[in-house]
Write a protein that binds this ligand. Structure first.
Ligand code: GAR
Length: 190
């Protein structure tokens, strides 16, 4: 039986795209569902292109019902992968999937994490601080933003002339390169 992955994403979904590419013909795991809180998110188009089913939900459904827990249970989801998903994960999901929900963050946690730290804001803060390096963190998800145990980090150098766009690009390259493999390794241990 293949392990089944659900991806939660709120935006463009370039990481979701890499995951769908990596697991498309994989013999041990598959992307079974893409979920989004944002009906306009481009990730939904990407999922359609891969013929991966999608589910759109709102705040009420996510935070005040068990509908998503039930849906994931019905689809026999083994691992939840957040890829640019901007809401905190509620207790009912955390309890149902202990150490089975992971996130990717575009900085070297515990630095530059926490509420409001996502996307360009993270890179801008790194740039403003004059850091000589940044990187990516893949971590287990708990009830706080960006605080669960770190599973994997990768780093890159920041050159003095690097703009926000350059830093973002370097981070994205690392995310795309490593996220699918880290997911694969985690699934092997499950
Ligand atoms: C990624 O860089 C991810 O690390 C970041 O959102 C981006 C989503 O890009 N996540 C956070 O900042 C979470 N705090 P994508 O939609 O192209 O995959």
């Amino acid at each position: 039986m293949k392990k089944r992955i659900a991806i939660f994403a709120s935006g463009s979904g370039s990481n979701a795209q890499k995951l769908m590419e990596y697991f498309r013909y994989h013999d041990q795991a598959e992307i079974a569902l893409v979920l989004s809180n944002n009906p306009e998110a481009y990730v939904l188009q990407r999922a359609d292109n891969f013929e991966v089913p999608t589910h759109i939900f709102d705040r009420h459904e996510f935070f005040h019902t068990d509908e998503i827990v039930q849906l994931l249970g019905k689809l026999n989801i083994d691992l939840i992968v957040l890829a640019g998903f901007l809401w905190l994960v509620p207790q009912n999901l955390l309890q149902k999937y202990p150490n089975k929900i992971i996130n990717i963050h575009p900085a070297l946690l515990p630095a530059y994490g926490g509420k409001g730290m996502y996307g360009d804001r993270v890179h801008q803060a790194v740039l403003d601080a004059g850091e000589a390096e940044s990187g990516i963190s893949i971590h287990f998800v708990n009830e706080n933003f960006d605080e669960g145990e770190v599973i994997y980090q990768a780093r890159f150098r920041i050159e003095p002339e690097d703009s926000l766009e350059v830093i973002k690009f370097k981070g994205q390259q690392l995310e795309h390169q490593h996220y699918p493999k880290v997911v694969e390794n985690l699934l092997k241990k499950m």
